[in-house]
Design a protein around this ligand. Structure first.
Ligand SMILES: [Zn+2]
Length: 66
């Protein structure tokens, strides 16, 4: 019964989450995921969200970070 609330302590292992649907990719984004930088913050999008929202994602790119 306690397995559902199990949270392993990983202080130095940030997880990658899809910025739109919140899907977790583990500690590193797979090559199929899209990475975008918006206002200095790196965001990841899962494969399905990247395909669906690629234009919106690209339009949010922060030119100052190029
Ligand atoms: Zn997603």
């Amino acid at each position: 019964m306690d397995e559902e609330t199990y949270h392993p302590p990983l202080p130095e292992a940030p997880h990658v989450y899809c910025a739109r649907c919140g899907t977790s990719a583990g500690t590193s984004a797979p090559p199929t995921w899209m990475c975008a930088v918006a206002q200095g913050v790196r965001q990841y999008f899962c494969e399905s969200c990247a395909r669906t929202h690629i234009r919106a994602i690209e339009s949010r790119l922060d030119p100052a970070s190029w």
